[in-house]
Design a protein around this ligand. Structure first.
Ligand SMILES: [Zn+2]
Length: 343
């Protein structure tokens, strides 16, 4: 089968690799419906760490179960399933408290080949959620989005306590930030301020429910949000970037007593303690417990209530994975979908 491998900085290749097999009793093998590139894959792509041996990339997946190990009870061959970027047992105290991405037995799916034709999923019972019936082909992008970017945007909104009557600010106009806007709208936010300086992304932000667009960044962006909220700041701020500037922008844009949901993978962020102390904001975030939200998100997608698949603005045959990475790296695409059937 074919799988994407990263050989070095900006060196993406599609290789022939052996098919995955059942290795543990709780495994499932799934045939992926499509694959995609995540913004967080770009850190490796840009060479944040030196690569000596080719590495697997990607961690988003959905598709049809082919085979299950003898211990698997909740999914069976023929089911269409969605999972998230951490496999989780679904039974430990952390899973049962709503934080499967912090499962004490979690396995990073980045260690498997998620940008590939077939995938092994460990802890299948705890990890995979089956759709009630086989989805129509046009729902595949949305179900794939649920696997990470939608689930992560959703968690950011939940962590920021988004709800009816609230004003929400969103820092970051990548797929997660945009889907955080969709989540905020779905969760009843009254006003949603998107921070974006890119026209096509502003347009999608509005389509997902943004009521205001702020193009300024840093202190100027914070000042604009204060202007729009009678000097108070937002009730809820979603941080979907993970840089120092974005984190401070999120904390400073939030009113006292408000909430920041931060889901951008942190890179070199240091928050001054005195500023945090006097900010009086709640901070909650980290790797999103996507698995906990999947049943609700799958329902919303299957009933066509939401269309998160709109974040895919580039679709390429799987063999052109290198171009998918380049397009996202150069911000020519928000998110790239890799298809298997149009070759
Ligand atoms: Zn667990």
């Amino acid at each position: 089968m074919r799988a994407v491998k990263l050989y070095g900085a900006r060196d993406v290749r599609v290789d022939d690799v052996p098919m995955p097999t059942i290795r543990e009793d709780g495994d499932a093998i799934i045939k992926l419906a499509a694959a995609c590139v995540c913004g967080s894959d770009l850190w490796a792509y840009r060479g944040i760490d030196p690569i000596t041996d080719p590495i697997t990339v990607g961690h988003e997946y959905c598709g049809v179960v082919q085979e299950v190990g003898p211990a698997v009870r909740h999914v069976k061959p023929g089911d269409f399933v969605v999972g998230s970027f951490f496999a989780s047992d679904g039974t430990c105290e952390i899973c049962r408290s709503g934080y499967p991405s912090g499962c004490i037995h979690r396995r990073p799916m980045g260690a498997e080949n998620c940008q590939a034709e077939y995938l092994r999923v460990p802890l299948a019972d705890g990890t995979l959620v089956a759709t009630p019936e086989l989805p129509d082909a046009d729902l595949i992008p949305s179900l794939l989005a649920a696997s990470d970017v939608l689930g992560t945007g959703w968690f950011a909104a939940k962590a920021a306590e988004v709800g009816p009557g609230k004003t929400v600010a969103v820092v970051g106009d990548g797929a997660v930030g945009l889907l955080g806007i969709l989540a905020a709208k779905q969760l009843g936010a009254e006003r949603i301020i998107a921070m974006s300086r890119h026209q096509p992304r502003q347009q999608l932000a509005r389509e997902f429910g943004a009521t205001d667009i702020v193009t300024e960044r840093g202190d100027e962006g914070v000042a604009r949000i204060k202007d729009l909220t009678h000097g108070y700041g937002a009730h809820s701020t979603l941080e979907a970037v993970g840089t120092q500037e974005a984190m401070l922008q999120a904390i400073r844009a939030t009113r006292r007593g408000g909430h920041v949901g931060f889901v951008g993978v942190q890179h070199g962020v240091a928050i001054p303690g005195d500023e945090l102390f006097f900010s009086q904001v709640h901070l909650h975030g980290g790797p999103a417990p996507v698995r906990a939200h999947l049943p609700e998100l799958i329902d919303l997608i299957m009933s066509r209530t939401i269309n998160p698949g709109r974040v895919f603005d580039l679709e390429l045959p799987f063999d052109q994975a290198a171009e998918a990475y380049a397009a996202m790296d150069e911000r020519r695409a928000i998110k790239a979908l890799l298809t298997f059937d149009k070759e």
